[in-house]
Write a protein that binds this ligand. Sequence first.
Ligand code: DQA
Length: 145
Amino acid sequence: TTILVLNGPNLGRLGTREPEVYGSETLADIGERLQASVPDDVVIELRQTDDEGELIGWIHEAVDRRVPVVINPAAFTHYSYALRDAAAQLKTAGVPLVEVHLSNPHARETFRHTSVISGVATGVIAGFGSDSYRLAVDWLLRSPS
Ligand code: DQA
């Protein structure tokens, strides 16, 4: 089993980026802990980009490979209709996508209260720090198909 764990803009800065909001783990730390938490036959493909087009390309790849996705779209969550349209293709293909956030965007600034991705996500996990990723992967490994 392969799971794509995709990360949007500024998440490559975790560790030093607003640690009071996002914690002190780097994205590499999160990836290592995730890989350590799954059985040996599960491959976590962790990627990060600041580029909207690249992220959309990875969603297309997930559609074509039929690989389940965990995505932290970061700020794209709140306004990228292009990313949403890409994610909708996963929904059509019956491939699960779990939207995750380290923080709880609903407890933050108003512009973070809207997600244009959630409407095409299988589910959303937010507010549990890096455990949000772990919970998403746990569910994917448990879910049928
Ligand atoms: C985030 C929340 C977003 O509002 C923000 O733009 C991020 C990170 C989170 O993981 O809490 O970059 O997705």
